[in-house]
Write a protein that binds this ligand. Sequence first.
Ligand code: AMP
Length: 213
Amino acid sequence: MNIILLGPPGAGKGTQARILEEQRGMIQLSTGDMLRAARTSGTEMGKIVADVMDRGDLVTDEIVIGLIEEKLEGDHGGGFIFDGFPRTLAQADALGTLLEKHGTKLDAVIAMEVNDDALVQRITARSTCANCGEVYNDMTKPQPADGKCTNCGGAEFKRRADDNAESLKQRLMEYYKKTSPLIGYYYHARALEPVNGLGEIDEVAAGIDKALG
Ligand code: AMP
């Protein structure tokens, strides 16, 4: 099964993708994580995208489609969870073509619905374990008092450079202008499954589970 987690920044796509990986043996493909890894390792591409990401703009379709294309060559496992991709209509078209080329298809698009106030609250309170990527929230799921990640025991936590008020404003604007048209695109393709993204993590996970059947 191949699915897309579609939703604005802070909707909980990464958190839910990790749960789906554990529960269904699927493989998370997050273009945001791939781009951040390219920055950290200092590749040419990483240098090109750094400023764009910090501003909250989208990087070019060509770069992210290339990243996804590489990953589709690998192990398919229990299917792919596309997290943060596609973000434009051109990326959505490219994904359809790539999946077809690999003899597979898209099974569902989970549209995670969260209002703007909750997004801002979540993003400005968000941190992750530097080792395993477990997501924490200062209000709803604070970093453990003993300073050790509940998932892997790691002791280092980090906040994303673009999780600040100014970048967030731009990221939301990019979402509404360029990504939200994908809701109509996939509705038309009869693949769209709206899920309320506002509840507790396990409530949202249950909603996704139900939508996937
Ligand atoms: P994310 O971790 O998904 O919130 O992505 C962080 C940043 O990476 C975004 O604000 C964009 O600058 C860039 N990015 C991630 N995925 C894409 C994509 N599919 N298309 C364009 N830019 C992307």
